[in-house]
Design a binder for this molecule. Structure first.
Ligand SMILES: [Mn+2]
Length: 327
């Protein structure tokens, strides 16, 4: 862990200007980490800009109180002096996962550093701070703020709390530690209101997203005596409901609320990018292994990969891969 801080300190002291990005289809942890890390870099007298490929989901926009997040797909243009910046990538260790910004910036920025809590692909970039035991990237950012002994404003505390709450499934997933709760307690001391964050994240969905969920659930197929449930999210469903692709993605967690279900699969396509495979599991059922075998990544109980095959073939192959878990 110490070496992570050392590499990071060296990187931060080496450059004066930074761009901070999180993965495509950003989630609350990626967004929360960006906002809190941006504040830290400013407190260290560095210039930094948050630039993401994709828009911040509506349910997370409340974190961006100062409108600091710039989005390429909404027309934001990269700074002309982009060659003067180094790039921080947060909450993913897979460049293929940060959208168009990687292709636009990789040959232009001075350097690249990854801060993340996912497993796998660490060999891709030597400059990294990866703690696979951390509940979230937001938790890692908190530890970095503490390491530098810098203050935390309400804005950053709210962003960190939101990221942790999201990535721990409201403080229950396996990587939720005593330290996770200590950080949450500190955020609450800084006037973050847990019920407010919960309402923003989980009681703030659009009716169209609810209709999309209905369509996704209607595709469910049950395998292995009810231990595996598979579902589909297609471009047609997005079109018919008017919901966004991102609004459909969390439906993958629903099957795990059913007694006896151990693995949940969602094969999804937004109509533009590649077909994607998302997997969730319980206990020792390791879906990260399957993701890694298919050039993806994730955690033991939450992982995914991108497919080069058409939708239906991807679906059939994903079921076949998951069958191995039940042999
Ligand atoms: Mn995360």
């Amino acid at each position: 862990m110490r070496s992570g801080f050392e590499k990071l300190e060296k990187f931060i002291s080496k450059y004066d200007r930074f761009i901070i990005s999180t993965h495509q289809s950003p989630d609350a942890d990626g967004i929360g980490a960006c906002i809190a890390f941006n504040e830290l870099l400013n407190n260290l007298n560095k210039k930094s800009i948050i630039i993401n490929s994709d828009p911040t989901p509506d349910t997370i926009k409340f974190c961006d109180t100062d409108n600091e997040i710039n989005v390429l797909s909404e027309g934001f243009k990269l700074p002309e002096d982009i060659e003067d910046y180094a790039h921080f990538v947060l909450d993913t260790n897979d460049y293929d996962n940060i959208g168009i910004i990687y292709e636009l910036m990789k040959d232009r920025v001075k350097d690249l550093f990854i801060i993340d809590h996912h497993e796998g692909r660490t060999e891709k970039n030597e400059d990294n701070f990866i703690r696979a035991d951390a509940s979230s990237t937001s938790e890692i950012i908190y530890s970095i703020v503490k390491h530098y002994n810098k203050p935390l404003t309400f804005k950053a505390a709210q962003a960190i709390y939101t990221g942790i709450m999201f990535d721990t499934g409201s403080f229950v997933y396996p990587k939720t530690s005593a330290e996770t709760y200590r950080i949450a307690a500190h955020c609450v001391e800084l006037k973050v209101k847990p019920i407010k964050i919960h309402e923003q994240l989980y009681e703030n969905n659009s009716l169209s997203s609810f209709n999309l969920k209905k369509k996704i659930l209607s595709t469910l197929e049950v395998f292995h005596d009810g231990k595996l449930i598979a579902m589909k999210l297609t471009p047609e469903m997005i079109e018919e409901t008017g919901a966004s692709f991102a609004e459909g993605e969390p439906t993958i967690n629903q099957p795990l609320t059913v007694r006896g279900v151990i693995v949940s699969l969602l094969v999804k396509h937004d109509g533009v990018g590649p077909v994607k495979v998302s997997m969730r599991s319980k206990g020792d059922y390791n879906v990260a292994q399957i993701a890694l075998e298919n050039n993806g990544g994730g955690h033991k109980n939450a992982a995914g990969y991108q497919s080069k095959l058409p939708f239906n073939e991807t679906y059939e192959l994903a079921i076949k891969n998951l069958n191995k878990l039940f042999e």
